[in-house]
Design a protein. Structure first.
Length: 75
């Protein structure tokens, strides 16, 4: 005799999952770029601004979670 367990689960559509996977990949690539950048002498400010622009493009994407966009604007 078996015992059944009724465990609630949240289902996610394949399209939502694929979109999230793509977003994670974009963020992974950005973090990888951030980790490996080493500005040449006197170029740190330009590199910082380029990385900041790239981060803002990621945050301001329409498919980026709304709560995360609000948090980024407060920072």
């Amino acid at each position: 005799m078996g015992i059944c367990h009724d465990v609630p689960v949240e289902m996610v559509s394949a399209a939502d999952y694929a979109a999230l996977e793509a977003e994670v990949e974009r963020l992974r690539l950005f973090v990888q770029q951030l980790a490996h950048v080493s500005p040449r002498g006197g170029q740190w400010e330009r590199v910082y601004k380029d990385l900041q622009s790239a981060a803002l493009r990621l945050v301001n994407r329409q498919d980026f979670p709304q709560a995360a966009r609000k948090d980024a604007k407060r920072a």
